[in-house]
Write a protein that binds this ligand. Structure first.
Ligand SMILES: Cc1cc2nc3c(=O)[nH]c(=O)nc-3n(C[C@H](O)[C@H](O)[C@H](O)COP(=O)(O)OP(=O)(O)OC[C@H]3O[C@@H](n4cnc5c(N)ncnc54)[C@H](O)[C@@H]3O)c2cc1C
Length: 433
């Protein structure tokens, strides 16, 4: 089957939805999601979204981001992130995002390696609220159509110009031809045994880039979150205990009950200390202790975490939470400029599958949703300006010589092989390795 559209957006997380909302209403837009529409990491985000506390905070916000990223960040992109943070949070407020508030305005919390409180949030369900807010806006747009359970297997291309994507939906091959294609296909956690990510997110965007010689960057930069709920079941997605729990005062203790680290150090540093502590104490996990906080506060501030731990037999107001690190975020990805433009003509990439360079070697907490907002809006504006000069490339419908399973295995193999070349040390963390 052949379908034609002005813009194809691969992914319905924050980067896909927000880019579509920032495209002009007179463009036809098709969005696809591999699973259900909200089966994405965006809907799982707990902690919140970073935002500069006014223009006076921009320099400090940039410095915090660079420091956490071990100064491997792209400085220009990082400055754009901080400078454009405020207008994007304002936009979300106008869309009706229900941020937590105090009498003075928005409520700002703190997370590891931020010098001040600058994370806006909705309880511990920021991502769910964000996904729902954006989906509501998208569903009111007549020019946007969403195909759920539609998997991109490869891009369509002519020379170095992208012309859409080859997809499969309920066993039927669909070629979606587009003047501009946006890759917003998210992270890589589905390829890891222990990850906080949705299982269906298997680095498809980056794999397809590798396969088509589109430039990628920083494949070795993978973030392990220090505090995922510990259990022995490897087939489970690991439930995250948000950094904001430590931001509100939660203490890390080892299995002998002793504190061993400053909880608000950058994620990679805390993760390293936890692994060391687990080795030294011969215990498979450490604990996050919030038992000194009032039960009412915990129930109200962290309702999801409270409930989820209770389901797993832990009342967090009475006993410490067993935690251990798990794969969480991919700082590398498809190389893009500050408008999300890739090295292939007519192909943009936003969100976790892209690499703007803002995170350097280690992402500062709550900078991911912000990065997706800032750069997908910038990219959408560039597409709005340029699209009238981009013709639809006429391609013969490619015949799918191989089945869906073949493509999926091939994509996984391409990504894993490239990853292991630069990060041999994490080979054992990967599934099927
Ligand atoms: C548990 C958890 C908590 C987090 N908390 C925070 C937080 O508090 N603050 C913060 O800033 N960040 C947080 N993050 C990170 C952040 O949520 C993600 O980095 C961000 O949501 C990524 O958005 P995205 O749009 O790039 O991808 P996603 O939201 O993951 O969406 C990816 C989309 O791509 C689609 N897709 C993938 N492959 C294909 C394919 N082959 N064909 C078709 N569609 C495809 C998927 O179906 C999905 O719709 C958290 C992440 C996790 C896992």
């Amino acid at each position: 089957m052949d379908v034609y559209t002005d813009v194809l957006v691969i992914g319905t997380g924050v980067s896909g939805l927000y880019s579509a909302l920032n495209l002009k209403d007179n463009l036809n837009i098709i969005m696809i999601s591999k699973g259900k529409i909200d089966e994405c990491n965006t809907a799982l985000a707990q902690g919140g979204i970073s935002v500069a506390r006014g223009v006076d905070d921009v320099d400090l916000f940039v410095e915090d981001t660079l420091k956490a990223g071990a100064y491997k960040n792209d400085v220009t992109a990082t400055r754009i992130l901080a400078e454009e943070s405020i207008e994007n949070i304002d936009t979300l407020c106008k869309m009706g995002f229900d941020f937590d508030r105090t009498n003075d305005g928005l409520s700002y919390t703190r997370e590891g390696a931020h010098s001040i409180n600058r994370i806006v949030h909705y309880k511990d369900k920021t991502g769910k609220e964000l996904e729902e807010t954006l989906l509501k806006q998208v569903s009111s747009k007549k020019n946007i159509t969403i195909f759920e359970n539609c998997t991109m297997l490869d891009i369509l291309k002519k020379g170095n110009a992208c012309a859409g994507a080859l997809c499969t939906r309920e066993g039927v091959q669909v070629s979606i031809h587009a003047k501009v294609t946006i890759m917003a296909a998210g992270g890589i956690g589905g390829l890891f045994r222990n990850s906080t990510n949705q299982k269906i997110l298997t680095a498809d965007g980056v794999a397809v880039a590798l396969k088509n010689n589109i430039k990628v960057k920083n494949l070795n930069y993978i973030q392990f979150h220090p505090t995922a709920f510990f259990n022995n079941n490897l087939s489970d997605r690991k439930f995250l205990i948000s950094e904001s729990v430590r931001g509100e005062g939660g203490k890390l203790i080892n299995c002998n009950g002793n504190r061993f680290v400053d909880e608000l150090l950058p994620r990679d540093v805390v993760t390293k200390y936890i692994y060391e502590e687990e080795r030294n104490t011969h215990c498979s996990n450490v604990y996050l202790d919030v038992t000194f906080m009032k039960e009412d506060f915990l129930k109200n501030r962290f309702p999801t975490i409270y409930e989820k731990c209770l389901e797993n037999g832990i009342n967090i107001s009475k006993e410490p939470i067993p935690v251990s690190p798990a794969q969480h975020y991919f700082m590398g990805g498809i190389e893009v400029d500050t408008f999300g433009k890739t090295s292939m003509e007519n192909l943009f990439a936003f969100g976790e599958c892209s690499c703007t360079g803002v995170h350097g070697a280690n992402r500062l907490a709550s900078n991911s949703l912000l990065e997706a907002l800032v750069f997908s809006k910038r990219g959408a504006r560039k597409i709005n300006n340029d699209i009238s000069t981009i013709p639809m490339i006429n391609l013969d419908t490619p015949s799918l010589d191989y089945n869906e399973k073949y493509y999926k295995n091939l994509n996984n193999k391409i990504f894993i092989e490239s990853l292991v070349k630069v990060r041999g040390d994490i080979k054992n963390e990967l599934v099927n390795c």
